[in-house]
Design a protein around this ligand. Sequence first.
Ligand SMILES: O=P(O)(O)O[C@H]1O[C@H](CO)[C@@H](O)[C@H]1O
Ligand SMILES: O=c1cc[nH]c(=O)[nH]1
Length: 241
Amino acid sequence: MQANHHGTVHINAPDDAFADTVLLPGDPLRAKFIAEHFLDDVTVVNTVRNMLGYTGFFQGRRLSVMGTGMGIPSCSIYAKELITEYKVKNLIRVGSCGAVSKHVQLRDIIIAMGACTDSKVNRMRFKDHDFAAIADFSLLNACVHTASALALKVQIGNVFSSDLFYTPQPEMFELMDNMGILGVEMEAAGLYGVAAQYGARALTILTVADHITLDTHLSSDARQSSFEEMIQLALLTAKTM
Ligand SMILES: O=P(O)(O)O[C@H]1O[C@H](CO)[C@@H](O)[C@H]1O
Ligand SMILES: O=c1cc[nH]c(=O)[nH]1
């Protein structure tokens, strides 16, 4: 029997193509890397716009991984469709970020308990009031315990999701540092807003790929190996859900 195949404008997959838990890197090639290196029995479930999506098995647990593209608008489209059309329950972003504090270093793994933003999306969905964009506690808790079991050092706290990678307000970086922001990226606050609006659990895990105030960045080899630690952490967290 053929699976139902409604698809959406952005995801051309049968209704049951995705697992209940999806890892979401910004880069679709990172999704391909995760599928090829960490999952077994993999099926390609999305190729629309080259926003590659895969479903397979990690240590016997069915999981999916799909790129989101860069920025809150792109990520929000995929997160919304995964939740409402594909009944995805757990969305775990695995991204890269910049650091602004001297207490955060290249390769550090950050778990985004909350996400500030200069984007208006959560105000649009919350009658212009301030919505506290927070991670789902059960995912956060599972991730922290998993990191501890792996003896992996993680930093847990607030991040900042910016709309402009090339910001016209560089003076914000010092303020972010003073306010305890651990990392700067471009999706978490939007992902948390989508999850709240449509009733799913979301978490963002980040690897520090560049240090904005120290003007340093990871080499491509170091970037790859540190991402692999974050991916292990995300997959083992997903397995517990
Ligand atoms: O590495 P990803 O997951 O794409 O995350 C970060 O990298 C992109 C900017 O270079 C933005 O999407 C930002 O959030
Ligand atoms: O959004 C991002 C991602 C990595 N580094 C940054 O400075 N910003």
